[in-house]
Design a protein around this ligand. Structure first.
Ligand SMILES: [Zn+2]
Length: 199
């Protein structure tokens, strides 16, 4: 009798878990999948490397989605990754902004951020970094082999990820295209891989 009751309870719990997972997936597709950023020059835009060295990372939020990737953040991507993942520039350039507000605290605090300006004056922003891990300063010249810091979960986030976006020098959002991704624009729950895709 006891085992039958346990089986009943277990199957109900399993049904609830499956239901919640399906609802979360549906909500994710509605809230976290949006139209990709495009502009007239999109076809000519340089392809970016994955801003990490090894393995593949899931896109957990794409362009024009939810409340955070809107307005001047509308061309952003979020990449799920373990805290402490070394971040490298997606393109070579010069560091133009470093913000170390705090160690690595999630919540309504300011995120730790590095901004790199490229030769064509476009800029890439790397956010939610671990503050003390940031090893570059404004003025430093960085290439795809110069680690700039480690990903974490500082600022407005509830899970560890890298927030990445490309803008003009004035902060206007620009489309970003990655090497190895069809069309260049990764979608929600698509993976972007480093050249060395082994983990
Ligand atoms: Zn983001």
């Amino acid at each position: 009798m006891v085992s039958k009751t346990l089986v009943k309870i277990a199957s109900r719990v399993a049904a609830v878990i499956v239901g919640v997972a399906l609802l979360a997936a549906a909500a994710g597709f509605v809230l976290l999948r949006g139209p990709p950023c495009l502009d007239a020059a999109d076809g000519a835009a340089a392809r970016l490397r994955a801003p990490w060295r090894r393995g593949c990372r899931w896109v957990t939020q794409e362009n024009n989605t939810w409340s955070s990737h809107r307005g001047r953040f509308r061309c952003s991507f979020d990449f799920l990754m373990p805290p402490g993942t070394a971040i490298y520039p997606a393109r070579a350039g010069r560091v133009v902004m470093v913000e170390r507000h705090q160690p690595n605290r999630p919540g309504f605090f300011r995120a730790n951020v590095v901004v790199v300006e490229h030769a064509d004056q476009t800029r890439a922003t790397y956010a939610h970094l671990i503050g003390p891990s940031i090893g570059v300063d404004v003025g430093d010249v960085v290439t795809s082999t110069s680690p700039i810091g480690q990903s974490g979960m500082s600022g407005r986030t509830i899970y560890p990820h890298l927030h990445f976006q490309v803008t003009t020098a004035d902060g206007a959002p620009l489309p970003a295209r990655f090497v190895g991704v069809p069309e260049g624009r990764p979608r929600f729950l698509e993976r972007v891989c480093a050249e060395d895709s082994s983990e």
